[in-house]
Design a protein around this ligand. Structure first.
Ligand code: TRP
Length: 458
């Protein structure tokens, strides 16, 4: 029977270990770097509200579906889906979900590592006191200097990629479990401390208002697509990362409860990051809409004025590197497991191949902040294009196919034995969200935002 298969790659030692690893994947630059700046670019409260709705109605159902596929298939994303589609007498073409996912993971990692490199540069700067007494203008100049220097960006990008490769080459579970257990709580505490600081020193009320007051006049379908893409990105959905983590899950663990906890933790961290950032942006005269540099400039100003800011700032950036690192592991792991199972090569070799790919593509992102800034495809720089293509197209596409496959093509009784949702009402909500709400919402938003104006409401 399917549920008794075990993973040939070993299993998590407990439910907590899985929750931590999955939360380690979910919580990353997406929460602390990306969420504040795209909220800033998209007008605040309304965006946050749409984001939260996307997490609840689209994110959580897809997360359940994805972990389900992994836990049942017990193999790499492509092979797991192939196995399940054979068992369910469905077309093997659904394997393409796994392929898109592996590709999306490498593309995301390629620019993720570049941004993680900025975090590394900033932790060194803070540690050496370079940022002490800096003001908003100084912080902006310093950020400009960093991103306009391709050699420096390349060096940090390379270092980050090497660290990631070394860890995944040794296997995901051994180191990850024990590291996440200690560092995740530390990150949360530091984030809380930052929120307290910004409530005292920044314009807290205005920041809160910006984040919570929904002004729908600026909202377009594109805004909704970006919020939805961010939900996919932040929860690590749509590309098989959680499928792979789910495949290491022992059979007696309940998927639904676990997924809700992960989504909740991830959302709390993103909201806290916003609460820490916006009040300072408003009080320091920085721009909400400045894009990817937002947290680097804002936090620099905060740490410069805060008592003990040098120590505190250094710790914060180090924890952020760590958060990025546990996420990047889950971006590269699907490709590695696939290479190992398909070509029967060693983990070290697979990790090296996957990382080299991502590293090479990452050079495009590095150049798009300096000498290649003028290169535009569809009016976007290489970095913007990679981000748009992955978050707003590939991940949602993966998500649609995952919910349709699980919701409609896998026999209900097979899902029921695995998900074990006891309450009838909750089971109804799950099927309704996975079969109807999630796929329709994703398709609808994508069609509208990508140009096909359906004009249903007009
Ligand atoms: N969720 C991570 C973040 O918020 C990024 C990430 C890790 C990711 N694994 C993923 C995004 C898989 C999409 C798919 O930073």
């Amino acid at each position: 029977m399917a549920i008794n298969r075990t993973s040939s790659h070993g299993e998590w030692s407990s439910r907590t270990a899985f929750i931590l690893a999955a939360t380690g994947s979910a919580v990353g630059l997406g929460n602390i770097w990306k969420f504040p700046y795209i909220t800033g670019e998209n007008g605040g409260g309304a965006f946050v509200l749409i984001y939260i709705l996307c997490v609840i109605f689209i994110g959580i159902p897809i997360m359940l579906a994805e972990v389900y596929l992994g836990k049942r298939g017990r193999l790499n994303p492509i092979a797991s889906i192939k196995y399940i589609s054979e068992k369910e007498n469905r077309s093997r073409n659904w394997q393409v979900i796994g392929l898109i996912g592996i590709l999306a993971g490498i593309l995301i990692l390629s620019y993720y590592a570049v941004i993680a490199g900025w975090t590394m540069a900033y932790s060194v700067r803070t540690a050496f006191g370079t940022l002490n007494n800096i003001d908003a203008v100084g912080a902006a100049t310093m950020f400009e200097n960093l991103i306009s220097d391709p050699e420096r960006l390349l060096a940090w990008h390379t270092i980050f990629m090497i660290i990631t490769t070394v860890v995944v080459a040794r296997g995901v579970k051994s180191g990850l479990e024990s590291a996440v257990v200690r560092l995740m709580p530390a990150l949360l505490v530091l984030l809380l401390a930052l929120v307290i600081f910004s409530s005292i020193e920044g314009k807290f009320y205005d920041g809160l208002r910006f984040m919570l007051y929904p002004d729908f006049s600026q909202v377009t379908w594109k805004t909704v697509l970006i919020a939805m893409g961010q939900a996919f990105f932040s929860l690590s959905l749509g590309m098989g990362a959680l499928m792979v983590y789910g495949s290491y899950l022992s059979s007696d663990i309940s998927i639904p409860q676990t997924c809700v906890i992960i989504a909740l933790l991830d959302t709390i961290v993103a909201l806290l990051a916003g609460l820490a950032i916006f009040p300072i942006v408003l009080s320091s005269g920085l721009e909400m809409t400045q894009g990817p540099g937002l947290i680097f400039q804002t936090l620099t100003v905060a740490f410069a004025t805060m008592p003990g800011g040098q120590l505190f700032g250094t710790l914060f950036f180090i924890l952020l590197i760590f958060a990025a690192w546990t996420s990047s592991i889950s971006l590269i792991e699907p490709m590695i497991i696939w290479l190992i199972e398909k070509y029967n090569i060693t983990r070290i070799r697979a990790a090296t191949i996957a990382a080299t790919f991502a590293w090479l593509i990452g050079i495009g992102t590095i150049l798009s902040f300096n000498i290649g800034a003028e290169i535009k495809i569809f009016n976007m720089t290489i970095f913007e294009l990679l981000d748009y293509l992955t978050s707003n197209i590939l991940l949602p596409m993966g998500g649609i196919m995952i919910t349709i496959f699980v919701g409609w093509l896998v026999a209900k009784e097979n899902i029921d034995v695995e998900l074990e949702i006891k309450s009838n009402i909750l089971r109804f909500i799950w099927y309704f969200s996975a079969r109807i709400i999630a796929p329709i919402a994703v398709i609808f938003v994508m069609l509208n935002a990508l140009g096909l104006n359906l004009n249903i409401f007009s």
